[in-house]
Design a protein around this ligand. Structure first.
Ligand code: ARG
Length: 582
């Protein structure tokens, strides 16, 4: 709809003012307030200066050339020169019918698909996968789903932290404390890596001899010593198993391509920077001085790409990854989902990659930052005993609480349900609640983790949306109606205010999804779905469905069905599946 309007207004601009206006964005947006209609065209005001005319006169000229008669009510000029656009109810009714029959619900695929990489989740081997990684996992997955649905070719990459000097320490510690792990041919369980890491670190900090052994171990590992590599693989394998538990629970698909993958390409990065004449040596370290980043004294800040001992940094690996992803993967848009704390890292790496000519003009590098996850009191999230919370436990707790809520509700409603039903519903509700609570926040802000809020049946929560979907399925069960077989030649009647409001909102889906594709803010989709559920509930309160006369009943069933399908599709793009009953 919005595209159609944009095209019409572009044509109107050209016909009114000449060919040179063909490439001007006509600024058609959804109306800021329903009393101004459905959409507005805001181009008249910014044109006033260059055209040297009053904005209202410009607006009138545009209106005279805009061919909207067949699907809009007469255009209205408001205030200093806004053009208000209201779609004819007949046209809306027609679109609703088409979308309800369309498996994409009227959402177009892109005409030119891009190769997109979403770099997300990316936990570190032998370290805790923490709530920050959970956020990256949930947000990254949703962004990938939206882009995939639009038809892009998406590569989901897990840039696991699987290399670095800490492995020297870990392997040295393994050799000392669990030598059998390295000598047996069988895969041995090396237990809780996080504990192992802590113990190794204590020894490292307090034992000079051990420090030296650890350092030698790093060298061995770099030289691909067979035993060291085996130990490293064991560590990775063990962590991977832990990560997999979380990914399976959350239904996350992604390809592991950790930092170590780029090791062979690191020396070339240094050469490239040299060739580009941007490499400087500073106290034995190789670095690139950055524009726009200064230290306390006001001097330019360097990005160190090779330490004086020859080792490479996190940033060097990211430079190699950019090069590889553009050259080998042919990526045109690379999206990095990490906490906002890494904003500088990415700004610096992007700057150096551009200076080194790694990034052609058609390639976009985007950092998608997000805020912290805090406990309800605004402090760091911890267990009761003050330790960092394990993700597995956090998710389990959400499911347990969902189960408790459900059991209470069943008792109040006097319902008797099978154990399987209770387990399935609480699993989906609990995990959806965690995902949705995260996604529904503007990701750039910190967010407070509250089981009570995320599991509430009221408000902008997963249970509220799931319940709206369930309501529609309940209507179909009660009326014994197969929603998939609804008469397609039925006219949609939009006589009641709540019907029209719901129908108009339903038609915004296409626009919202394209917005998320552009600005990578899944909370916009959440808000859309929340408002859809509210509008559906208002409609359902005001407009009887099953008791209405046949024509009205069918029309309302189609509205209800399209609402349910929209919720289902929208939630699927957030990584959430619906329930038929709850
Ligand atoms: N492993 C990093 C961390 O835990 C995140 C990696 C993000 N991706 C990247 N290409 N740097 O903070």
């Amino acid at each position: 709809m919005i595209e159609k309007l944009r095209n019409i207004f572009t044509t109107a601009l050209v016909n009114a003012f000449g060919e040179e206006f063909a490439n001007i964005d006509p600024l058609v947006v959804p109306a800021s307030n329903p009393k101004f209609g459905d959409y507005q065209c805001n181009i008249a005001l910014p044109l006033a200066k260059s055209l040297q005319q009053k904005p209202r006169a410009i607006a009138e000229n545009i209106v005279n050339h805009a061919q909207t008669q067949d699907f809009c009510l007469p255009l209205e000029i408001a205030g200093p020169g806004f053009i208000n656009i209201t779609i004819k109810p007949e046209y809306i009714a027609e679109k609703i019918k088409l979308n309800q029959q369309d498996e994409r619900l009227g959402v177009e695929k892109v005409s030119e698909k891009q190769k997109v990489i979403v770099d997300f989740s990316s936990p570190n081997i032998a370290k805790e996968m923490h709530v920050g990684h959970l956020r990256s996992t949930i947000i990254g997955d949703s962004i990938a789903r939206v882009l995939e649905f639009r038809g892009h070719d998406v590569l989901r990459l897990n840039h696991v932290g699987d290399w670095g000097t800490q492995f020297g320490m870990l392997i040295a510690y393994l050799r000392l404390e669990k030598p059998e792990v390295l000598t047996t041919a069988n895969v041995v369980d090396i237990g809780d890596l996080v504990t192992l890491y802590k113990q190794a670190k204590i020894k490292f900090d307090n034992d000079a001899e051990f420090q030296e052994t650890a350092r030698q171990e790093v060298v061995k590992l770099q030289n691909k010593d067979a035993e060291s590599i085996k130990a490293w693989q064991l560590l990775c394998e063990q962590s991977r198993k832990e990560f997999e538990i979380i990914y399976r629970l959350l239904d996350i698909k992604l390809i592991e391509r950790g930092e170590s993958f780029y090791n062979p390409f690191l020396p070339d990065v240094i050469k490239d920077l040299e060739t580009a004449n941007i490499l400087t040596e500073d106290q034995g370290a190789k670095c690139v001085f950055l524009d726009g980043f200064v230290n306390k004294e006001g001097n330019p800040l360097p990005l160190i790409v090779q330490k004086s001992d020859g080792g490479y940094n996190y940033a060097t690996t990211d430079l190699a990854a950019i090069k590889y992803r553009i050259k080998e993967d042919e990526a045109e848009r690379i999206i990095y989902v990490t906490d906002a704390g890494q904003a500088n890292h990415f700004a610096q790496v992007f700057q150096v990659a551009k200076k080194a000519n790694f990034v052609p003009d058609n390639v976009e590098l985007v950092h998608v930052p997000f805020g912290l996850v805090l406990a309800e009191d605004g402090k760091k999230i911890k267990t009761r005993s003050g330790e960092t919370i394990k993700l597995k436990d956090l998710l389990k707790e959400a499911v347990n609480r969902a189960k408790q809520d459900l059991e209470n509700r069943l008792t109040t409603e006097g319902r008797n349900e099978e154990e399987d039903f209770i387990n399935e519903v609480s699993q989906i509700v609990g995990l959806s609640a965690v995902k949705y609570a995260d996604l529904s926040q503007n990701r750039t802000t910190d967010y407070r983790f509250s089981y009570d809020k995320m599991l509430a049946l009221q408000g902008n929560t997963a249970p509220y949306l799931l319940y709206a979907y369930v309501r529609v399925q309940g209507i179909s069960r009660k009326g014994n109606i197969d929603l998939d077989k609804l008469e397609s030649n039925q006219d949609i009647l939009l006589t009641e205010e709540t019907e029209l409001v719901l129908a108009k909102h339903l038609l915004q889906l296409d626009y919202i999804i394209k917005e998320v594709e552009k600005d990578l803010l899944p909370n916009r989709l959440c808000l859309y779905l929340f408002e859809l559920s509210q509008k559906f509930n208002q409609f359902y309160d005001q407009c009887p469905i099953l008791q209405a006369e046949e024509e009205v009943k069918l029309s309302r069933l189609i509205l209800a069905d399209l609402t349910a399908k929209t919720i289902k599709l929208g939630l699927s793009l957030l990584g959430i599946s619906v329930l038929e009953r709850m």
